[in-house]
Design a protein around this ligand. Structure first.
Ligand code: DGT
Ligand code: CA
Ligand code: CA
Ligand code: ZN
Length: 594
């Protein structure tokens, strides 16, 4: 158990988020298969084989069932993309913890070359060409080739590609080792479920940045109370998902799962659970301020207790709420604990009533198979109804987003009829005619106003020309905001966590225009976007700008990512009244610009 099972290297570059219901094993196997697809492509192997691996990886990553269960029941080949050959490999992985063919591929690939797959914007095909033509086989050689302008002479390359490669290398070198909250989530649920079944366990909960709902977490902190700590620790380090045990003692242990994710478990005394949970939830800055407040009131606050300084008496708290109460504070939800004024607000009894997932009444930005979504209007609507929503807007792309199958005006008209027809057959959910209209590079919208006016909801987003200067992008956003048909600005800064920086945009000016015109800003809940982020969301709230938490789902299961948007909203101190889609349908229709 001390040694690491097998080495992979592209794992953390993938978007292993979404489906929260399947097991960590599914993700592990998907990771290996994705990597095999990329390695095969590096070796310019058969196209169909490469596609099959990618498809199988995607299916295993996103399927609801546990892959081990499916394997036990002999149903592997019923998974899309999984034929006999891949099924055997999956079985081999489940049996032995590795796939020989994968190991062989790794052996045949210079390690430096494989690392190039992590540079964003560089696909295996390009890497293969760079290797063949310029003999580039690692990061340094790639950087050198770009600086010496040798890349621009290759087919389909030019000076811009060189510039982009250099930028991507720089970003790669600066990348963080933090993981997406959505990647941590299934790990946490699995640890809690696993240890929850062990005898003697009393309480168990995640703390740290995970509990605060941060968009990325550095490591996962788990706290528990138990009658026999040793038994729990022993079970923890033996969990099937554990790859490396970093350390273990009688009441704590640290392990690595999914190659890079550290999970710390601490077993603590029951009587101190409240102060311990408070301490390990953080943030550090929040704790520093709280301890100072305690001192001002004649106490010393530690993980162990609240000690009264006058007589040295230890006060123990097994409930976190009571710690805050003892210091004369309203309870502060974990998402707010960043030392951004929350302690001051709690002292004055002015805590906001944070929005909760159950307050969300609908989703205003989802895609259907009319553009690049994978499901029909009816399927998306039924899934929304199953989540308890009152309404859903199918906001498909407009034509200039060509790769996304944007609808031309004629198609848009047809879709208006299809939505009307869907509403005839559906009960208990209202489908709204939406559009995610592109804000073109010159700031004009991709549909004429008459057409936009016929939609129920219009989300306007930037997809192209993201490299423009601040003045240009800000101008584009503001002109979209000023269009009376635009209700919401989609993913307003365009950032992709760890991959793409936000556009250069004057957010203050954008928010002022949004307030002035009653245009909402989106909190795009897609786990790699989360855009607006928590800081901008709070700024928007303070300026009186409304927001809408949208999933940007491309299939029913993805509607559930809304919870990550709710995290952002809570971290931005948002309340129900700040959100367009916490309104009932009647209220929403009144609030929209039309
Ligand atoms: P992360 O893991 O980087 O996303 O962030 P956290 O907040 O989970 O930080 P982590 O895992 O280092 O520690 C968990 C919590 O423990 C942290 O939020 C607050 C508490 N903590 C850790 N070290 C210190 C410290 O030196 N001083 C104080 N006051 N609290 C600490
Ligand atoms: Ca942590
Ligand atoms: Ca930690
Ligand atoms: Zn979209």
């Amino acid at each position: 158990m001390q040694e690491t099972k097998q080495k992979r290297f592209t794992y953390t570059t993938k978007n292993y988020f979404f489906l929260v219901n399947n097991s960590v094993k599914n993700r592990e196997i998907a990771g290996v298969l994705y990597e095999m697809a990329e390695l095969l492509e590096l070796h310019a192997e058969n196209r169909f084989k490469i596609i099959a691996y990618g498809k199988a990886a995607r299916a295993i990553e996103s399927m609801k069932e546990d892959i081990e269960q499916v394997c036990r029941e002999g149903r592997l080949e019923s998974i899309p993309g999984v034929g006999k050959a891949i099924a055997q490999k999956v079985e081999e992985y489940l049996r032995t913890g590795k796939i020989q063919a994968h190991q062989d591929l790794l052996k045949e690939t210079p390690a430096g070359l494989a690392e190039l797959l992590k540079i964003s914007g560089l696909g295996p095909k390009t890497i293969f060409m760079l290797h063949e033509k310029l003999n580039v086989s690692n990061l340094d050689e790639l950087e050198k080739a770009a600086r010496e302008h040798r890349i621009r002479r290759l087919p389909r390359m030019g000076p811009t590609s060189e510039k982009n490669i250099l930028k991507a290398i720089e970003r790669y070198k600066k990348r963080s080792s933090r993981i997406l909250l959505s990647v941590a989530e299934p790990v946490v649920s699995e640890v809690l479920a696993y240890l929850g079944g062990i005898e003697g366990l009393e309480h168990i909960t995640a703390a740290g940045s995970y509990r605060r709902g941060k968009e990325t977490v550095g490591d996962i902190d788990i706290l528990a109370t138990a009658s026999r700590p040793e038994g729990i620790i022993a079970a923890f380090v033996r969990m099937p998902m554990v790859e490396t045990v970093l350390g273990r003692g009688p009441t704590k242990a640290s392990v690595i799962v999914l190659e890079t994710i550290q999970v710390d478990l601490r077993i603590v005394e029951h009587r101190s659970f409240g102060t311990v949970l408070q301490y390990f939830t953080g943030s550090k800055d929040h704790n520093v301020k709280l301890r100072q407040l305690a001192l001002d009131r004649g106490y010393s606050l530690s993980e162990y207790s609240l000690k009264r300084l006058s007589d040295g008496q230890d006060l123990f708290f097994d409930r976190e709420e009571d710690v805050y109460a003892a210091l004369g504070l309203q309870y502060i939800p974990p998402e707010m604990r960043e030392d951004n004024g929350e302690i001051e607000a709690a002292l004055k009894g002015k805590m906001p009533e944070l929005v909760e997932q159950k307050d969300i009444r609908g989703d205003l930005h989802v895609h259907s198979d009319w553009s690049d979504g994978r499901s029909s209007i009816l399927e998306m609507a039924q899934a929304a109804k199953a989540l308890g929503y009152e309404y859903i807007a199918l906001s498909d792309h407009s034509p200039s987003v060509g790769i996304a199958g944007g609808l031309d005006p004629e198609k848009l008209e047809q879709k208006i009829d299809a939505i009307a027809a869907a509403n005839e057959t559906l009960e208990g959910i209202t489908v709204l005619m939406g559009s995610e209209v592109d804000i073109k590079a010159d700031g004009r919208l991709d549909y004429p106003d008459e057409l936009l006016a016929r939609c129920d909801v219009v989300v306007a987003s930037v997809h192209m020309g993201q490299q423009q200067k601040e003045r240009a992008i800000t101008g584009r956003l503001i002109s979209a905001i000023e269009n009376e048909n635009v209700d919401i600005i989609g993913h307003p800064t365009g950032r992709i966590i760890d991959r793409r920086l936000p556009y250069e945009v004057d957010m203050q000016a954008v928010l002022e225009a949004a307030f002035r015109t009653g245009t909402a800003m989106e909190i795009n809940a897609y786990p790699t976007r989360l855009d607006l982020d928590d800081v901008n969301a709070r700024a928007a709230k303070e300026m009186g700008v409304k927001m809408s938490i949208d999933s940007d789902a491309h299939e029913p299961e993805q509607l559930k990512v809304i919870k990550y948007g709710v995290n952002v909203a809570r971290r931005g101190w948002l309340e129900k009244k700040d959100l367009l889609n916490a309104l009932s349908l009647q209220e929403l229709l009144k609030a929209l610009k039309r």
